[in-house]
Design a protein around this ligand. Sequence first.
Ligand code: 5GP
Length: 217
Amino acid sequence: MTVFVVSAPSGAGKTTLNRRLLKECPQLEMSISHTTRPPRKGEKEGDHYHFVSRAEFEAMVQNKAFIEWAEVHGNLYGTSIEELQRIEKAGKNPLLEIDVQGWRKARPLLRNAFSIFILPPSLKDLWHRLESRGSDNLSHRWLRFQNAMDEIKNAKDYDVFLVNRDLETAFGELKTLVLSDKPEHRAQQEGLLLCEKLNEEFKTADWIKGLKQQLGG
Ligand code: 5GP
């Protein structure tokens, strides 16, 4: 069994890519996480997440039921050991959609994992993708943008950094990795350099300074 880990800042296209991947790769199965976040419209118990109370989640932490867990945007999220065992028993490879903190915790425990970090090609691109999500107002979008930058800043120790310049190419690369028996570890240099470049742009770009001013500091 290979555990595939996919992390990405929100707005990098992770959900779209993973959904398609699951459709086209029957040997892959989504690992359903536990979360204390309330269900969004259309989300079903056991389908998107196992929705639990904070007390239930904390009891699971005490019982060492999770391979990793993290707090994301004020809610708790975790991958249970039982879920990974269920997928393994079914003879499939789990796909974990977890954040950077989660991967940091799971990495020493998952020797058979292959990890992929999806990056946007530029900050403008990321900002526009968050913008096109419609209902968000400017301060919400800014918050998501800052969170995305936090993920990018801390993205280390991934086997592959995949840049989502266009969806078809990124999907093709992702599928090749998932379908290969022993996915190829690529040089991380290019991905890490892009992370650095995006971080630098976040600190110095005029359009970002303008946004900060607009948001009052
Ligand atoms: P959302 O609430 O939008 O479904 O997910 C928010 C974030 O939580 C995403 O970045 C997602 O990758 C992360 N996440 C979902 N499940 C888990 C999990 O089991 N563990 C960790 N560490 N992060 C998770």
